[in-house]
Design a protein around this ligand. Structure first.
Ligand code: MRU
Length: 344
């Protein structure tokens, strides 16, 4: 069952990652025992999803220390290695937040760093469980539907994307556990297929009825009344409530607004970045052109075509009906996330 799934696991002196680039066709574990390998794994999406890369980054500090000791590196060299982990991907703020949190214990030594990284992981699982309950309560009340719900989701926000259980997918799993879920419409999530490969895999393991659809089908599914709500995760939420999430999310939000159905964002408070004023200030990762010009390694676009491949987009706060964190549901369309609801 997926609640046992651990995308990121510390094994004593190395990180063990489920390789998300080969799922669902193969379940392969990668052993990561150095910073170069970790940065590569984060950048190739072997490990992905904002909270999961946060947890991997937290353990990355320990890896940098162990490697530094092994290779006889100076303190400055170890700090430079930590900085490379922190910068491996730019959009999900969880990576920076988790590395910075663990670094507060750096001078106490490896055991303290490992204890802090384990706390990051443990707290994320707890946050996901809380979000699941708050989000399910809110959806039932807000949709006002007296039959099991039909939900649309985008990308993968499950156990694979977190330390365990899931954010948006955690809410979906909670609805299912309560007998309140009819089916999930899963956007395939081009170009790397986190929806059709990873979300569908997790839902299949839970025995949850789901339909994989092309991203281009999402707006029609919403406008034709097939779903009662959409729920997605987030990589960074700005102080004004704008949400950066997997590319394609803003189209889902626009269609929900037009259809008058809830668009719910589920994310732990570690994803809220009050130092970023608005979505316009969020660094959106631009990935390699080949991801959109090729299909399974075979070129599909004609020679001479260029690719535009932003990994994320920004959904304006006005389109977000609710933001569920581990502390409850906020309605942020007024344009400001209340700092006391999301600060440590
Ligand atoms: O590029 P990815 O696969 O790391 O993008 C992941 C997403 O956009 C998720 O929706 C987000 O990180 C939330 S995961 C709980």
């Amino acid at each position: 069952m997926t609640q046992e799934l651990r995308a990121v696991e510390w094994t004593g002196n190395a990180l063990s990652l489920i390789d998300q680039t080969v799922l669902p066709h193969a379940t392969e574990i990668r052993r990561i025992d150095g910073v170069d390998a970790l940065v590569d794994a984060v950048q190739r999406l072997v490990v992905r999803g904002a909270p999961a890369i946060g947890a991997a980054g937290a353990y990355g500090v320990a890896l940098a220390m162990i490697e530094g000791e092994r290779e006889g590196r100076s303190r400055d060299e170890v700090l430079a290695a930590v900085a490379r982990v922190r910068a491996a991907r730019p959009t999900a703020v969880n990576l920076m937040v988790c590395v910075d949190r663990v670094m507060t214990r750096f001078d106490e030594g490896l055991d303290a760093v490992l204890a802090e990284a384990a706390a990051v992981q443990r707290e994320d699982i707890g946050a996901n469980r809380a979000m699941g309950a708050y989000g399910a309560d809110w959806l039932v009340e807000r949709t006002g539907v007296d039959r099991p719900l039909r939900i649309l989701t985008h990308c993968n926000t499950g156990a694979l994307a977190t330390a365990g259980w899931g954010t948006a997918l955690g809410v979906i799993r909670e609805l299912h556990a309560r007998g309140l879920l009819e089916a999930v419409y899963v956007d395939e999530t081009r170009p790397l297929l986190q929806g059709s490969r990873l979300t569908a895999w997790e839902l299949a393991q839970e025995g949850i009825t789901h339909y994989v659809q092309a991203d281009g089908a999402a707006a029609g599914t919403i406008l034709s009344g097939r779903v009662d709500a959409a729920i997605v995760g987030a990589d960074r939420i700005a102080a004004n409530g704008d949400v950066a999430n997997k590319v394609g999310t803003v189209g889902v939000a626009l269609a929900c607004a037009d259809a008058g159905i809830p668009f719910l964002v589920a994310a732990p408070t570690t994803t809220v970045d009050l130092s970023t004023a608005s979505g316009a200030d969020i660094h959106i990762e631009l990935r390699g052109e080949d991801e959109v010009l090729e299909w399974a390694g075979v070129r599909t676009a004609p020679p001479g075509s260029r690719g535009h491949n932003p990994a994320f987009d920004v959904t304006p706060a006005r389109l977000v009906t609710g933001l569920v964190t581990e502390r409850g549901v906020l309605e942020v369309s007024a344009g400001e996330v209340p700092a006391d609801e999301v600060s440590a």
